[in-house]
Ligand binder design. Structure first.
Ligand code: SF4
Length: 215
C-alpha cells in the first residue's frame, strides 16, 4: 500500500475506463493485446464512428469490415475474428455483457478463460474493469516492477504474482483498479526496460536501485 500511495501521489488517480460501457471495455481489452493504447484508441474510434461498438453488432459483423476498423491495432485479422467470436458467444449464452457479468468472480474468470484468445491477463482485466470484480491484473509492467522492487523472480506463475500483490493491498475495488493503472504509468515513464531510477518516485525503497547504487 505504501507503493500505491506513493504512485498515486505522483501520478494522481488514473480513473481507467470509468465512463465506458462494458462492451467497450471488453473490446478495448482484447484489442490492447500486443499493442500500445494509442493504437487501441484509434481502433475504438473507428468502431464507434461505424456504430459497431456493441456486442450485438460485433457478433454478426462482416469480418472484412471488422478487420478494416481494427487495423490500427496490428494482428488485425486475428483480433477481428476473436472479437466477433467472443461477442457471438456472449450474445448466444448470456444475451449480452450484463448477463455475463452477473456471474460470480470465479465463474466469470473460468468462463472467460475458456474463450479462444482470452488469457489470464485479459480475463482479469474484463472482470475487474467491466465486471467490477476484485481480480488483480498482472501484466508485464507489474512483473518487472515487483521483480525490481523486491528482488522477486519475475518468472513466477501468474497466480503467485497475483497473490503476492493482493495479500498486501487493501481489499477495495478502487485500489485493485487504480494500482494496476499506476503500475502501467510507472512502467511507461520510469521503470522501462532501461529504468530511469534516479528520478523514479519509488527509488527509495527499491531493491534494484539499491544494488545499482552500491556498485
Ligand atoms: S527505482 Fe528503478 S528499478 Fe526501481 S521501480 Fe523505479 S525505475 Fe524501477
Amino acid at each position: 500500500m505504501r507503493v500505491y500511495t506513493t504512485l498515486r501521489g505522483r501520478f494522481g488517480f488514473q480513473d481507467w475506463w470509468s465512463g465506458d460501457t462494458a462492451d467497450e471495455i471488453l473490446v478495448g481489452v482484447v484489442l490492447t493485446q500486443q499493442t500500445s493504447w494509442k493504437n487501441v484508441e484509434r481502433a475504438l474510434t473507428n468502431l464507434k464512428d461505424a456504430g459497431m461498438l456493441s456486442i450485438e453488432k460485433l457478433a454478426v459483423a462482416d469480418l472484412k469490415m471488422l478487420e478494416r476498423l481494427v487495423k490500427p491495432c496490428g494482428f488485425y485479422r486475428q483480433k477481428a475474428v476473436r472479437i466477433r467470436n467472443i461477442s457471438s458467444y456472449i450474445l448466444a449464452n448470456h444475451k449480452g455483457m450484463t448477463g455475463l457479468l452477473r456471474r460470480r468472480a470465479g465463474a466469470l474468470r473460468r468462463e472467460l478463460l475458456s474463450l479462444d484468445g482470452v488469457g489470464e491477463e485479459t480475463a482479469d482485466a474484463v472482470a475487474l474493469y467491466a465486471g467490477n470484480k476484485r481480480t488483480f491484473v498482472v501484466d508485464a509492467y507489474t512483473r518487472r516492477i515487483i521483480g525490481r522492487l523486491y528482488g522477486i523472480d519475475t518468472g513466477i506463475s501468474y497466480g503467485k504474482m497475483q497473490c503476492l500483490i493482493t495479500d498486501n493491498i487493501d481489499n477495495r475495488l478502487a485500489v485493485y483498479k487504480d494500482l494496476h493503472a499506476q503500475f502501467v504509468e510507472l512502467g511507461k515513464r520510469f521503470c522501462r526496460t532501461r529504468p530511469l531510477c534516479r528520478t523514479c518516485p519509488l527509488n527509495e525503497g527499491c531493491g534494484s536501485f539499491k544494488l545499482l547504487s552500491e556498485r
